[in-house]
Structure formats: C-alpha cells, structure tokens
Ligand binder design. Sequence first.
Ligand SMILES: [Zn+2]
Length: 251
Amino acid sequence: MYSIDITVFILGLIIGSFLNVVIYRLPENKSIIWPGSHCTNCQTNLKIFDLIPVLSFIFTKGRCRYCDTKVSYQYPAVELLTALLFLISYWRYSLSIEFLIYSGLIALLIVCTFIDLKYQIIPNKITYPGIIIFFIISFFFNHITIKSSLLGIVLSGGFLLVIAIVSRGGMGIGDVKLAAMVGSVIGVKYTIIGIFIGSLIGSIISLILIGFNIKDRKDRIPFGPFIAIGTVVMIFYGNVIINWYLDLLAF
Ligand SMILES: [Zn+2]
C-alpha cells in the first residue's frame, strides 16, 4: 500500500548520495563520474557495503572503516533531506511530470545550498545548464507556459540583479542566476513570493545566529539557501499561500 512511498524515498536516498558527490567534487573541478567513491582521508576505494545511504553511516558510527576518520554529517543529512523532499513532492503531485520536474529542481537547489554554505558561491555549472534545460522543458510540458518560463528567467533574475546592485555585494550574481533558474520552472510570481518567504526565514535565522554569538553582524550569511527554502515552500504550498493571502485581502 505504501510501496510507492518507500520506492520514492529510497530513490531519494540514492540520488541524495549522488548529490553528495556533486557537492564535494564540483567546486574542486573534479570529475563527478571518475574515480569512484573513496575515503577523502585514506583514499581507500569504498565498497558497496560502505555506500548504502544513511545505513553505512549508522553502522560505522560515522567513521571510515579503513582509517577511522570521522565522516561529515553532511552525507547522511543530504541523503535524508533529498529523500524527504522527493517524498513530499510525490505526495503533492503524485507520479506526474510535475513531480519529476520539481524533484529535479529540488535536487539542484540542494546542491547549490550546500556548496553556497561551504564556499559562498553558487556554481555556474549548475545554474547555466539549469536555466537552459528548464526553459527547453517548458516547450514540452504544461507545468508552465513558454512565455511564463521566459518571463520567469528574465524578471526573477532582473529583480535580484536590482537588489544585488543596490545592496553592493550583499547579494551575489550567483543568487541572480539561481533566481533565474527557479523562475524558469515556477514563474516570476511564485519565485518572488518564495524569495520574500526565504528572506523572512533568513532574517529570523540570522538574528538567532547573531543573538547566540554564532555569527558576527559583519559575517556574510549566504542567501542561496534561503532562496532554495522559499522555492521549496512555494513548490509545495504556493497555491495555498496565495489563496490564503487573497482571502486576507477580501476581508
Ligand atoms: Zn578512510
């Protein structure tokens, strides 16, 4: 009865495990295909038993079996996050083309989020092909019109470009391209509402981090992850939020 839920979740874990490879290797310009997975400390090639998402991490208590070095919590976290978001995407859109397209966007957002958190960059190798491929996809499927996809790219990117210029480096050009990629899939209206939601969450988290002295007021807090969070909220609950807002206006 829940077999599709379980299949989607396991598929999410496996794709999440691949996203870890992309997150780790893309910023260092390493091939994501070759060589196979190895311990980043002792270089030992990992066997099938070491590569089972989440479970390998639990069985080895988060350490390399060969050299005992601690393995980053990021690995199981990315796997679980991918699996969970794919599952919610399936619940929301069932087995449809929307489910595939939105899950694809979510996977790219996860990669951009973790690279931005670590390196303060959003890789062009993700955003440029993303914008082009999602625009081409709009020719073939009905999740968005071709015109809305194009306007989504130009206006969402343009909106953040204006903010980037006004904020003088507070927001990066990487964020502009990320917004353009999101716009190509969900259109300008959803993208900009998502950015507002993301900014709100970002402000609250920044205040907490500064309040607990984890971050300094001058530290740059990457904005990409908050664009990603806002986008995921809009993918899952965009129409609920817009209807709620329209109801509010009707009062
Ligand atoms: Zn090792």
